[in-house]
Design a protein around this ligand. Structure first.
Ligand SMILES: Cc1ncc(COP(=O)(O)O)c(C=O)c1O
Length: 365
């Protein structure tokens, strides 16, 4: 081959996703595997969303609304932010990518926590960025160390709250102090993919913080609590000039019609969303107690997953995720996320969580 990829692409590895239809894992048929590896919600979209999507299908010969007008209007009212401060993407991952392209020149300095969402490292590689990956302290962002890593030439810092994979939640006052201290020319990306699952009394809606901090972008997604991971739609809230930069960079019609309809309809049912938040909290608390009973150390999660220590079991920690899979439960090993000795498990339905607990119990001693 005579064509050659750029040095950045040479260093990248494809994103490793979960099981595909037809794959068999450890002798278990794929349809029998309980999927607790990708932090998805265990149920699909709300019934009203399925009805709205079905009604929209006959219009798919037309391109989508380029401005996501209906979704924008609904969100702008619900969040009490101006329509111009919203941006929409093919999942919040697309917005992360567009923001890094728009605000980090090749070789620019990027700061993010470690371990955290793997995409941050991938984006930094794509930008051929100079990286400061700041280790967590007690499984939580070390905001002091992250602040120290920032210089006036840092182009972007990412904060993941709650953090993936540890689930830990940064209290708003600490986050606000971090923002106050950050250089005004550094874009601060606050990734709240799991924000809807937070039930801490300290929780604060950060949507309107962008009025006080014009260098802040808050990212959220419909992939998690709304059960729309398969559609790919996320949004960001920022100063309108930041939103305009993303608007200039994005592809036309980057959010499909079905995704727009589904996201808009999802917003019309806050009571259903609240029920999902409560289910997650109940199961998070139950799982935490049961895991404690099995002698497992866990982090203090506010997300739809728990992060647990898998050392000192009857089998080596590295083996635990594979052995769980052979018992029909797919989880995410921390050994590949820079967290040896740990594992992340999504909170599923009551039955799915029971299957996981039973499988783990069989390896506990
Ligand atoms: C922290 C974090 N941010 C963003 C995303 C991506 O979400 P989306 O499906 O909206 O691209 C994920 C997905 O797992 C995530 O864990």
């Amino acid at each position: 081959m005579h064509v050659h990829v750029t040095p950045a692409v040479e260093r990248l590895r494809p994103y490793v996703a979960g099981p595909r239809p037809g794959d068999a894992f450890e002798g278990v048929a794929p349809e029998e595997i309980v999927l607790l590896h990708a932090n998805e919600y265990p149920e699909g979209p709300f019934p009203e969303v399925i009805a709205a999507v079905s009604a929209a299908l006959s219009g798919l010969n037309r391109y989508p609304d380029q401005d996501c007008s209906e979704l924008r209007a609904l969100l702008s009212t619900q969040l009490a932010v101006s329509p111009g401060s919203l941006m929409f993407g093919n999942g919040s991952c697309e917005l992360l990518k567009l923001l890094s392209e728009g605000f980090v020149e090749p070789g620019g300095h990027i700061v993010y926590p470690q371990p955290s969402f793997v995409m941050y490292g991938i984006l930094a590689t794509q930008r051929q960025g100079r990286v400061s990956a700041v280790p967590l302290r007690d499984h939580c962002h070390d905001l002091e160390a992250m602040s120290s890593a920032l210089t006036p030439s840092t182009r972007m810092v990412i904060v993941c709250n709650p953090n993936n994979p540890t689930g830990t939640y940064l209290a708003p006052p600490a986050l606000r102090a971090f923002l106050e201290a950050a250089p005004k020319q550094t874009l601060v990306v606050l990734d709240e993919a799991y924000g809807e699952f937070v039930t801490s009394p300290l929780w604060e809606d950060t949507s309107r913080w962008v009025e006080r901090f014009p260098n802040l972008v808050v990212l959220r997604t419909f992939s998690k609590i709304y059960g729309l991971a398969g559609l790919r739609v996320g949004y960001g809230i920022a100063h309108p000039e930041v939103a305009q930069a993303v608007d200039r960079l994005r592809q036309p019609y980057n959010v499909g019609t079905v995704a727009q309809v589904a996201a808009a309809e999802s917003l019309r049912h806050p009571n259903l969303m609240e029920a999902r938040r409560l289910h997650t909290r109940r199961e998070r608390e139950r799982l935490s107690q049961e895991l404690d009973g099995l002698g497992r150390r866990i982090t203090d999660s506010q997300a739809n997953f728990v992060f647990l220590n898998i050392e000192g079991m009857s089998v080596p920690g590295e083996e635990v995720p594979r052995l769980l899979l052979s018992r029909g439960v797919m989880t995410r090993s921390g050994y590949f996320m820079g967290c040896p000795g740990w594992m992340r498990v999504t909170i599923g339905s009551v039955e799915e969580n029971n299957t996981f607990l039973e499988a783990l119990g069989s390896l506990a001693s």
